[in-house]
Every structure is written in structure tokens, then in C-alpha cells.
Design a protein around this ligand. Structure first.
Ligand SMILES: [Zn+2]
Length: 114
């Protein structure tokens, strides 16, 4: 599903970084490795080394396909989710917290008596 694009091209350049972390890749939605050289545009479009190696267009098309599939999944949920109320969640959280405190008190009482 390749489409012609009338928008201007985007120049992605190799840039040096001193922040060694995994940066999100715009093309595949994965991440870069913890590398010293990143492929980035001035508009923060980043391309990971796997996308550079395997080909940007194919990886972009695969990303688009997965996003469309996810959107279709989300649409399939519309009007079907029968969820607990926020108040029920809040009550369950409070009960969970109180149970944790009771458990901790029992454990502390047990360790004191032994
Ligand atoms: Zn990528």
C-alpha cells in the first residue's frame, strides 16, 4: 500500500549524542539502541538503526498496517465495555490498602512474639 506523497521531503541526518539511551523510532515505533550516532530530522523524526538496515519504506508500511489494525480493534470496543464505576475501583483500592495494613500488622505481631 504505497502512496505518493505531495508533501516536501524530510532530511534525516546522522547526529552525535552523548545521551546513551533508547530513543523512540518514528518509523517502526520501536527504539534505537543505546548508540552514539542517531538518525534524526530537525522536526524530531528519528529512524532506528534496524529501520536504516532493513529499509524505511517497508518498515513504515508495516507500522501503518499495525496502527490501522489497532485502531480497528479500538473501534470494535466502542459501546461494548461494561466496566466497574470509578467509585467501585476507589472502594476496592481502599479495601486493598486496609488489607495490606492488617497483613503487615499480623506479620509484625508474629515476628515480635517469636
Ligand atoms: Zn525503527
Amino acid at each position: 500500500m504505497k502512496t505518493e506523497n505531495k508533501l516536501p521531503p524530510i532530511k534525516v541526518k546522522l547526529v552525535e549524542t552523548n545521551v546513551y539511551t533508547r530513543w523512540p523510532c518514528t518509523v517502526c515505533s520501536g527504539c534505537t539502541g543505546k548508540v552514539a550516532i542517531l538518525a534524526e530530522s530537525e522536526d524530531d523524526i528519528r529512524v532506528c538503526e534496524k529501520c536504516l538496515k532493513e529499509g524505511v519504506e517497508a518498515r513504515l508500511q508495516e507500522h501503518i498496517r499495525k496502527e490501522i489494525e489497532f485502531v480497528e480493534f479500538l473501534r470494535s470496543l466502542v459501546g461494548r465495555l461494561n466496566v466497574p464505576t470509578y467509585e467501585a475501583w476507589e472502594k476496592a483500592m481502599k479495601e486493598n490498602y486496609e488489607n495490606d495494613i492488617k497483613r503487615d500488622e499480623r506479620l509484625m505481631a508474629r515476628s515480635r512474639s517469636s
